[in-house]
Design a protein around this ligand. Structure first.
Ligand code: BG6
Length: 454
């Protein structure tokens, strides 16, 4: 399937409408000069126009997320008006013959649940997440068969505002809390897999992971081991729980040595083992080069996505051979192939590329956006995916990030990813008009040719 992705809080806007509640993203302070999410791309008011553009480009599928607080403003009570918005969206997609892929939880979390019990730190969070999922399965399960349970759990855990953790929390205390939340999140994902199959016949469900796939900086065995450790400690620790219901030895030792392991229960581990996903979603943007860290004692990683060094284990290294994006992210298309092959070898589950794209400052010229840099990035990555398919790896689809420009998770409106340009910037909403970029026409042709000439 040729698709594209977005997420609710980044694209919808309309935060004060139809009895929507307050989310974590409404509450934390933004970087100076960066927009909030209150208007975003105004998709809430322009949904039909946006779906018409999806039909025009020729999408087979569209991955979007629901806003938990639009549907359950306080995280518990149902808001019929919110449900109706997604009814309309799903019906518009179905009418346009576009398969909906629904992400249940993409970073946006009810502030009321954070205030009430600290969100994922409490076991009660699992019941509330399942209540949301039950509502979605019952309401949309006749039209939606593809479900994503949790988006980028690793990046949820490493960014305090996404978890509702205090900004000053760090070090061992941060990680102890993150580990407890991770355990609850994994359990919630397994239970939601089970519930999905009980309520939605013929459904597929899986998480969207973000494997960075570290590459060793040299042929030295210690650098290879550092890359292996990076992949286990920073990426695979969640998928091992999702797909096999276990903590890998290296990871468990890391936790026990610091006394930050969660109290596991055998009945929970059985739930994890018995309810694996049906596919693995991969969000892939960049990869990382690491070498061994010779520093003495292994310390605790604490918070933050891109840790430069975990002393005693790995240290990230600049790789001068790789081009970087305008935002400094190394571009390594082969990394997506490595991720697909590696994860398939480990879990033998089909892969859905749930995100992949290039964030850049686009510069419109008389209404045209010549984003050749994005076309080059996407073409190179799609080529690697095609090679995987030719080798026999089961890749269900490719959903580049993002269909339309939206507010970046951390960088506001300056960092754009879409095939469709949205005419606004951080400080000026302008007319929020939609303009097709060169990459729109490129992707339209790729889809029409079914990727034959990539
Ligand atoms: C993924 C997220 O981490 O990457 C998206 O699922 C996000 O929500 C995307 O927007 C790109 O990251 P950023 O920080 O450039 O917006």
């Amino acid at each position: 399937m040729f698709g594209a992705s977005t997420s609710s809080f980044q694209v919808e806007g309309g935060t004060g409408e139809d009895d929507r509640g307050i989310s974590n993203y409404d509450c934390f302070p933004k970087k100076p000069g960066i927009t909030d999410f209150s208007v975003a791309s105004d998709h809430y008011h322009r949904m039909e126009e946006d779906v018409a553009l999806m039909a025009e480009i020729g999408l087979d599928c569209y991955r979007f997320s629901v806003s938990w607080v639009r549907i359950m403003p306080d995280g518990k009570t149902v808001n019929e008006k919110g449900l109706r918005f997604y009814d309309r969206l799903i019906d518009a997609l179905t009418a346009a013959r576009i398969t909906p892929i629904l992400t249940i939880y993409h970073f946006e979390y009810p502030q009321a649940l954070l205030n009430r019990y600290g969100g994922w730190l409490s076991r009660e969070s699992i019941d509330d997440y399942l209540a949301l999922a039950r509502l979605l399965f019952i309401r949309y399960g006749n039209r939606v068969k593809h479900w994503v349970s949790i988006n980028e759990q690793d990046h949820l855990l490493k960014i305090p505002e996404r978890m509702g953790f205090p900004a000053e929390l760090n070090g061992v205390e941060y990680e102890r809390k993150a580990q407890l939340a991770n355990y609850h999140l994994c359990l919630a994902a397994a239970l939601v897999n089970r519930l999905c199959h009980e309520l939605v016949p013929g459904a597929f469900i899986g998480p969207a992971a973000n494997p960075l796939q570290a590459i060793p900086a040299s042929s030295k065995p210690e650098d290879y081991l550092a890359a292996m450790a990076y992949n286990e400690l920073e990426c695979n620790y969640i998928l091992e729980l999702n797909c096999r219901g276990r903590y890998v030895p290296l990871y468990w030792k890391y936790l026990c040595d610091r006394g930050i392991q969660p109290d596991t229960r055998e009945e929970d581990m059985k739930i994890l083992r018995d309810n694996p996903p049906n596919f693995i979603g991969i969000n892939y943007y960049t990869s990382i080069t690491v070498e061994a860290s010779e520093a003495g004692k292994i310390q605790c990683r604490g918070r933050g996505i891109m840790l430069q060094e975990l002393p005693g284990v790995y240290r990230t290294r600049e790789n001068k051979k790789l081009p970087v994006s305008e935002w400094g992210w190394p571009i390594r298309p082969e990394g997506i192939k490595i991720a697909i092959m590696e994860l398939y070898h480990r879990y033998q589950l089909p892969i859905l590329v749930t995100e992949n794209g290039l964030g850049n400052r686009d510069r419109p010229e008389n209404g045209a956006i010549h984003d050749d840099y994005r076309i080059d990035y996407l073409r190179a990555h799609l080529h690697e995916i095609k090679e995987c398919i030719d080798l026999g790896y089961p890749v269900l689809g490719w959903c580049p990030w993002s269909f339309i420009d939206l507010v970046s998770g951390r960088e506001g409106m300056g960092k754009r990813y879409g095939f469709v340009y949205v005419n606004r910037d951080n400080n000026d909403l302008k007319d929020l008009g939609r303009y097709k970029k060169d990459s729109f026409y490129w992707y339209q042709r790729v889809i029409a040719e079914r990727g034959r000439y990539i």
